[in-house]
Design a binder for this molecule. Sequence first.
Ligand SMILES: Nc1ncnc2c1ncn2[C@@H]1O[C@H](COP(=O)(O)OP(=O)(O)OP(=O)(O)O)[C@@H](O)[C@H]1O
Ligand SMILES: [Mg+2]
Length: 293
Amino acid sequence: MSSHQLPAPRSAPARPGQAVRVSGLVKEFATGTRALDGVDLEISAGETVVLLGANGSGKSTLLKCLTRLVEPTEGTLHLLGRDVRAAGRAELSGLRREVGVVFQHINLVDQLSVLTNVVHGALGREHSPRTWFAMTARAELREEAMEALGRVGLAHVAGRRAEQLSGGQRQRVAVARMLMQRPRMVLADEPVAALDPRAGRAVMDLLWEIAEERRLTLVCTLHQLPLARDYARRVVALRAGRVELDADIAVLADTELDGLYAAEREDEGLAGDLGTRTAAHRATGAHREAVDA
Ligand SMILES: Nc1ncnc2c1ncn2[C@@H]1O[C@H](COP(=O)(O)OP(=O)(O)OP(=O)(O)O)[C@@H](O)[C@H]1O
Ligand SMILES: [Mg+2]
C-alpha cells in the first residue's frame, strides 16, 4: 500500500505486543453518571489481569468500552493493535470476533443441546444457517466443538439440553463456546459470581489454564478478594471510575485491597454482598493471606 492511502493516525499507535492501551478514557452516561473518569491502562499481549473495585466503580463499563458495547465519551482506546474508537462497523465486528466474553449471567440457549450452544461460538466466522444447529453444522465445526467441550471436561453431556446442566457446568459450556470463537483475548465479567465456591474455582482454573495454553490476554473482573489472591498476578483496581491501584498482587497488603471496598461497606452497613463475604472470610480465616501476613 502506498503511503498516501494510509489513514491519518488519530492517536499514537499501540506498541506491538500490547493488547490494551487505554488513555484518558471517560464514559459519561446520558443520566450524567461519570462511570469512567479518565482511565489509563496498558496490558501486554498474553498478560492476565484481575480487575477489582466496589459496586459501581466502573469495572463492567470499562470492559464494555473496550469493544465499544458501550460507546466511550472521551479518550483513546487501542485493542489488539487497532484503534477501537476509529474503527468502522466491519473492523469493529472483526475485532469483536477476536475477543471472547464470559459474563456472570450465563446466556446459553436453554432449549438447545450443549453441543449446539458450543457450535454457536463459530457463528462469527461461519454465518451459514447450517451453523445454527450442531446436527447441520459442518463436520469440522462439530469436531472442534466436541474438542472444546472435552477441554472443559463436558464431552459427556454434549447431547443434553443446556437447561439440564448445573450452573458451574453451564459456565464451562460458555467457556467452550468462547473457545470456538478462537479468540486472542478474553474479557470475563464476574464469571463466577453466580456459582458456589467449588464450581467457581473450577471455572477460574479453566480460564487461567486456557489463557496460559493459548497465550491469550485475559482481563477478569472479580468481587472476591480471596479468589483475586489465588489467581491474579497483576491487579488493577478501580475506584469511582479511576485506576486506584495497579500492582503485582504479591506486593499488596490486605489492607490495601480491603480498603477498596471500604466505601461500599459504609454504604451498605456491612450487609452488602461483598461486605458480608469479606467479613465472613476474615472470621473463618478463609482469607488465607490475612493469616499469613
Ligand atoms: N447503562 C447505564 N446507564 C446509566 N448509568 C450506568 C449504566 N451502566 C452503568 N451505569 C453506572 O455507571 C457506574 C459504573 O457501573 P458499572 O456497572 O461499570 O460498575 P461495576 O464496577 O461493574 O459494578 P458491579 O461490581 O456492581 O458490577 C455505576 O454508577 C452505574 O450505576
Ligand atoms: Mg459489573
